[in-house]
Ligand binder design. Structure first.
Ligand code: ZN
Ligand code: ZN
Length: 98
């Protein structure tokens, strides 16, 4: 059921990585405060494997919707990612992501 990429040590599998809302194969490592690609090697020293139970909500890229943890079962095999990172270019520079 699981694709190999889900087992790989890549940024897209790290809890510190947030996909860009506007371009989901790029994202931001919130631990390094750095833009990285989804399939970049997660060797930055802050890699922590994504764990569904870590998040109360996740974004399902397959369905294009937010999913509460009680509904994760309905999205097995889908691409669940942490809540997308809001591209700061769309906002003022003072916009802060916590
Ligand atoms: Zn990092
Ligand atoms: Zn889904």
């Amino acid at each position: 059921m699981t694709l190999d990429v889900f087992k790989m040590k890549v940024c897209g599998n790290c809890i510190n990585w947030r996909p860009l809302q506007s371009y989901s194969s790029l994202g931001k490592c919130v631990a390094c405060n750095k833009m990285t690609g989804r399939y970049d090697n997660g060797g930055c020293g802050n890699y922590a494997r994504k764990n569904l139970s870590y998040f109360d909500f996740m974004w399902c890229m397959t369905c294009g919707t937010m999913v509460h943890k009680s509904d994760y079962d309905l999205h097995i095999g889908h691409e669940l990612v942490p809540e997308p990172y809001i591209d700061p270019d769309l906002h003022e520079e003072t916009y802060a992501v916590d």
